[in-house]
Ligand binder design. Structure first.
Ligand SMILES: N[C@@H](CCC(=O)N[C@@H](CS)C(=O)NCC(=O)O)C(=O)O
Length: 223
């Protein structure tokens, strides 16, 4: 079944989706969505959504149905990762972590990135449209201000990164056996990646399998 990812290359919301798909060995086609022209997503979702990422998997269209629903990630999880990306054991903690990443970390990092990204856009209409988009949200001259604040912005981001470094340096708990294994994920077999503590993915029957095209995916009720 064909899979299309509606993508903005550097988007912090799209990058993890590509990582999941790559890790799962899933073939997909990237549809570039310019920051300043959301026509493709608007047409895909028949006007229901304009942000990225969004997916078209066969006839099914998947996009965020709420501010913090994680519909796309949860769809990929159930469809390609056997439910290992949102382990039940970490349910509440996971939501807190996502909220922190989406707000605190993203808030600190996108400004520091925009200082370099915005001037790198060579098409001046595209660059101006993006600046206009930013200024409507953050005030006139915001990108210039972020340029002047670059040291503080970097320091703020470094504080967040240090927290994640501390987390990932911990030895994984022996109870955390429900690991994402690209091999078993992509094939649906019980094969494990050598040297890793993989377990077979449960072969679930996704409830949207028989859904109508463009039906909203309410994945939260299924996981
Ligand atoms: N809650 C959504 C947020 C997606 C999002 O904010 N995407 C950005 C890409 S960096 C976007 O499309 N922004 C355009 C806008 O909000 O106007 C998700 O987790 O995917």
């Amino acid at each position: 079944m064909s899979l299309f990812l509606y993508d903005l290359p550097h988007s912090p919301y799209c990058l993890p989706v590509k990582r999941i798909l790559d890790a799962a060995g899933v073939a997909y086609e990237v549809i570039d969505v310019p920051n300043w022209d959301r026509t493709k997503v608007i047409e895909l979702t028949q006007g229901a959504y304009y942000q990225v990422p969004a997916l078209k998997h066969g006839d099914r269209v998947v996009y965020e149905t709420g501010a913090d629903t994680q519909d796309v990630a949860r769809y990929l999880d159930v469809t390609f990762a056997g439910g290992t990306l949102f382990p039940a054991a970490y349910a509440g903690l996971h939501d807190i972590l996502i909220d922190y990443l989406d707000n605190e970390v993203e808030g600190a990092t996108f400004r520091a990135t925009d200082v370099f990204y915005v001037p790198s856009i060579t098409d001046f209409v595209a660059r101006t449209m993006l600046i206009r988009h930013k200024e409507r949200k953050f005030g006139r001259g915001c990108v210039d201000q972020w340029h002047q604040q670059i040291d503080q912005l970097r320091a703020g981001a470094a504080t967040h990164f240090a927290r994640f470094d501390a987390m990932v340096q911990q030895k994984p708990s022996s109870s955390a056996t429900n690991r994402f294994t690209p091999t078993s994920c992509s094939t649906g077999s019980s094969a494990t990646t050598p040297g890793r503590a993989g377990i077979p993915f449960p072969r679930t029957s996704p409830p949207w399998e028989h859904g109508a095209p463009h039906e909203r995916v309410q994945v939260l009720s299924f996981v």
